[in-house]
Write a protein that binds this ligand. Structure first.
Ligand code: HEM
Length: 456
C-alpha cells in the first residue's frame, strides 16, 4: 500500500507537536503536503490526515461497516469513557445505542430545555459586576455544565448535583493546560504517586464522581418512581434486543462521556463566540440590530432561528473548531479514498480544522466573517464542526441551540467590552482547542428589555 507523503521527523516529536501546538503543526503539514498526508504518533499506527471535501464525502457516505471508530476510540486513554460508551462501540451496538440516545437531544425534548438554558445563563450573569472584568471561560463552563447535568439527571435535580458539578469542574480544569493534558496521551505518565501527583489527583477525583453517579443509579433502581424524562432514566429503562437492561458500569460510562464531551466543547465554543462578537465592532452591531428587532421577549425557539446569530455560531465553529479532528475511521475492507487504495487496519483522520481553513472554500480563511454563511450554503463535507456520517456528534442540535440562547441572553441584558489584555489565541484544553485567557467587562445593564437583571 502506498502511504500519502508526510513529515519524516520521529514519532515522539510529531506527538509532542500535536499535543502542545496542534494548529500550527497541522498548518505546516498542510502547507508542505496538501490535503492528504501521513503523520506518526507514539503507540499508534501511522494516521492519514484528510482535509478534502471529496475525501470527506467518500468517508461520511460509506457503508458504516466500512470503517470502525469505536475500535480506535478504545485505544485512546480510557480516562473518562470506560469500555462501553457510545464513543467506543461499533456496528449494530453503536447504531442501537445512538438511536436510543438521540431523541432527548433533538426536537421537542431539546426545546423543553430552552427556558432553563436562559435561566441558568441569567443566574451565572448575576455573579458578574458592572465595571469588573470577569474570566469568560469558567462562566461558560458553569453554564454548559449546569445545562448538561440537568438534561442528564432531570430538571428538578438542581441542588442535588452542586457537588457533582464542582467535582467535574475540578476534573476538567486539572488537565486544562497543554502539559497536564499530555498525561492523557502518554500512558507512561499515568502513574498514581499519591494524592499530590497529577495522575493521583485525577484518579481520586474521578472516583468521587463515579461514587455519586453510582449512588444516583442505585437510588433510582431502588425507587422506580424517581425515574423521569431525563437521559439517565431513559437509559435505565431501555432494553437491548435480548431484553437486557444496561448495567451500572455501562450507564456510568455513557453518562461520563456525555458530561465531559457535551460540556467542554460547548463552553469553549461560546467563549470563542463572545470573543469574536466583542473583538469585531461591526459583528456586534449587526447582531444587536437583529436582537433588537426581535424585541424583549426572549422566546427560545425564535432565537434559535435568527439568521445572523446562526451565522456567527457557524463562523465561530469554522475558524477555530473546538474539536479539530473527527474520531478516527479504521478501514475494515480495502477502500479507495482520494485515489489512494487503503488496506484494512489503516487509520484515517478527517481533519475539521484544515478543511475549514481551505482558501478555495473560505476565501481569507483567517478572517472572521459570518456573512459567508449567509451568502452560500456549505455542504456537510465542507463544513463539519460536528463530524459526519454515522459518527456525527450526538449533541449537534443541542449544542447549537444552547450556544444561541446563551449568547442572546447575555447580549440583550448587558453591554460588555473586552478587557485590554494580550491578544487571544487558540490553546489546547482536555479534548478541545480553546481561546487563551479572556476577560470581559460589563459596562452597563440594558434596561430596555423586560427581563432585566438587578445589579448592585
Ligand atoms: C460545540 C459543541 C460540540 C462540538 C464542536 C462537538 C464535536 C464533535 C465531533 C467533531 C465529534 C466526532 C464526530 C465524528 O467522528 O464524525 C463528536 C462526537 C460526539 N459528540 Fe460532540 N460536539 C459538541 C457537543 C456535544 C454535546 C453537547 C454532546 C452531548 C450531548 C456531544 C456528544 C457527542 C458524542 C456522544 C459523540 C460520539 C458520537 C458517535 O461516536 O457516534 N457533543 N462531537
Amino acid at each position: 500500500m502506498k502511504w500519502p507523503d508526510g513529515p519524516q521527523t520521529p514519532a515522539l516529536l510529531q506527538s509532542i507537536n500535536l499535543v502542545v501546538n496542534p494548529l500550527k503543526y497541522l498548518d505546516k503539514c498542510a502547507k508542505y503536503y496538501g490535503d492528504i498526508f501521513t503523520i506518526r504518533f507514539l503507540s499508534y499506527p501511522p494516521v492519514v490526515v484528510i482535509s478534502n471535501p471529496q475525501g470527506m464525502e467518500e468517508i461520511f457516505t460509506a457503508n458504516p461497516k466500512q470503517f470502525n471508530s469505536g475500535e480506535a476510540n478504545r485505544m485512546l486513554p480510557r480516562t473518562f469513557s470506560g469500555d462501553s460508551s457510545l464513543l467506543v462501540l461499533d456496528g449494530n451496538l453503536h447504531q442501537r445505542r445512538k438511536r436510543m440516545l438521540t431523541p432527548p437531544f433533538h426536537g421537542e425534548r431539546m426545546r423543553a430545555y430552552g427556558q432553563l438554558i436562559c435561566d441558568i445563563t441569567k443566574q451565572v450573569m448575576m455573579q458578574w459586576k458592572i465595571d469588573e472584568p470577569f474570566h469568560v471561560q469558567p462562566s461558560m463552563q458553569d453554564i454548559s455544565l449546569q445545562v448538561i447535568l440537568r438534561a442528564i439527571f432531570g430538571l428538578n435535580e438542581g441542588t442535588r448535583f452542586q457537588h457533582l458539578k464542582k467535582l467535574l469542574n475540578s476534573l476538567v480544569n486539572l488537565l486544562s493546560d497543554p502539559w497536564s493534558a499530555s498525561i492523557l496521551f502518554f500512558r507512561t505518565l499515568q502513574q498514581d504517586w499519591g494524592p499530590w501527583s497529577l495522575w493521583g489527583r485525577f484518579v481520586r477525583l474521578r472516583q468521587q464522581v463515579d461514587e455519586i453517579i453510582y449512588a444516583e443509579i442505585k437510588r433510582r433502581r431502588n425507587d422506580p418512581s424517581l425515574l423521569g424524562e431525563d437521559i439517565l432514566s431513559l437509559m435505565m429503562t431501555a432494553r437491548d434486543e435480548s431484553g437486557e437492561l444496561m448495567t451500572d458500569v455501562e450507564l456510568r460510562d455513557e453518562l461520563m462521556i456525555l458530561l465531559i464531551g457535551g460540556h467542554e466543547t460547548t463552553a469553549m465554543s461560546m467563549t470563542w463566540a463572545l470573543y469574536w462578537i466583542h473583538h469585531l465592532p461591526k459583528v456586534y452591531e449587526n447582531l444587536m440590530v437583529e436582537l433588537d428587532t426581535f424585541g424583549s421577549d426572549l422566546e427560545p425557539t425564535a432565537i434559535a432561528r435568527l439568521p445572523y446569530l446562526n451565522a456567527i455560531c457557524q463562523e465561530t465553529l469554522r475558524i477555530y473548531p473546538t474539536v479539530i479532528f473527527t474520531s478516527y475511521r479504521i478501514v475494515q475492507e480495502p477502500v479507495k479514498i482520494m485515489g489512494y487504495q487503503f488496506e484494512p487496519g489503516t487509520f484515517l483522520s478527517p481533519c475539521v480544522y484544515l478543511t475549514h481553513k481551505r482558501e478555495d472554500l473560505y476565501p481569507e480563511p483567517n478572517h472572521f466573517r459570518p456573512e459567508r454563511f449567509l451568502e452560500r450554503q456549505f455542504s456537510p463535507y465542507e463544513f463539519l464542526p460536528f463530524g459526519g456520517g454515522n459518527r456525527r456528534c450526538l449533541g449537534k442540535a443541542f449544542a447549537l441551540f444552547e450556544m444561541k440562547l446563551v449568547l442572546a441572553t447575555i447580549l440583550v441584558h448587558l453591554k460588555l467590552v473586552l478587557a485590554d489584555l494580550p491578544p487571544v489565541k487558540p490553546v489546547r484544553k482536555v479534548v478541545t482547542v480553546a481561546p487563551s485567557k479572556m476577560y470581559l467587562i460589563p459596562t452597563e445593564e440594558k434596561v430596555s428589555t423586560s427581563n432585566t437583571l438587578v445589579y448592585r
